[in-house]
Ligand binder design. Structure first.
Ligand SMILES: *[C@@H]1O[C@H](CO)[C@@H](O)[C@H](O)[C@H]1NC(C)=O
Ligand SMILES: *[C@@H]1O[C@H](CO)[C@@H](O)[C@H](O)[C@H]1NC(C)=O
Length: 202
């Protein structure tokens, strides 16, 4: 009986220690991302800003990105083409020194960019997801940059998958990048953040 009591006390102490550790860690992580908050009201604002989609172009007092960046998400109101995906503009997409035109991100500054996209889709018998480049320097149509494919031997209507693409490319002013899929009717859009497309200069 006594040993059980000691074990219980020890367990309680260990759990308390672990919880204290986590609290201290959480505090340091918070301080790392929010150095020197002026007062509690402003730190609350910073936290609520972090939860919302950032829109640096509309909040002049927010720190601007140092390089071009774009992050777009899906949404229920978005009308895709048969193969080329469109992205939502009503949730304040993050767009800095980049333009968004009819499904395409248009580069404003030449440089090396990390480009990425994720889609959530119904497998069907086949699916493909690619990132393509359209450039005024090439008259032969668009160029594939990244691609993933999925073939299902036993096509199940209910089978869902995700596809993520990402890579670094040298892009010029007026180049545009866009996301093409086999058939946009295979894209599942339950939550806006399940389908996304973005790029940032490295
Ligand atoms: C980019 O497009 C704009 C508008 O069409 C044009 O005025 C400009 O010369 C182009 N710049 C380059 C580097 O292609
Ligand atoms: C895309 O899928 C829809 C629904 O399954 C179908 O009606 C349509 O014909 C497909 N489009 C192409 C280009 O295969």
């Amino acid at each position: 009986m006594e040993r059980a009591g000691v074990a219980q006390t020890l367990l309680f102490l260990l759990v308390s220690l672990a919880l204290c550790g986590m609290a201290i860690e959480a505090y340091f992580i918070y301080r790392l991302y929010n150095p020197e908050p002026a007062d509690s009201a402003s730190s609350a604002k910073i936290l609520s800003d972090k939860c919302a989609l950032p829109a640096p172009t509309r909040r002049p007092n927010l720190i601007l990105p140092s390089k071009p960046v774009a992050h777009l998400t899906g949404g229920h109101g978005v009308h895709h083409g048969p193969e080329i995906m469109s992205w939502s503009t009503d949730t304040d997409p993050l767009l800095f020194e980049m333009e968004y035109k009819q499904g395409k991100i248009v580069i404003q500054k030449e440089g090396y960019y990390y480009v990425y996209s994720k889609v959530f889709f119904v497998e069907g018998s086949a699916f493909s997801h690619s990132m393509r480049l359209e450039t005024p320097r090439d008259v032969w149509g668009d160029i594939p940059l990244l691609q993933s494919r999925k073939y299902s031997r036993k096509p199940g209507k209910e089978a869902h998958s995700n596809s993520y693409l990402g890579g670094v490319f040298h892009l010029h002013k007026n180049d545009s990048i866009f996301v093409r899929v086999r058939n946009t009717s295979q894209i599942v859009r339950v939550q806006a953040y399940e389908n996304f497309f973005g790029a940032y200069m490295i």
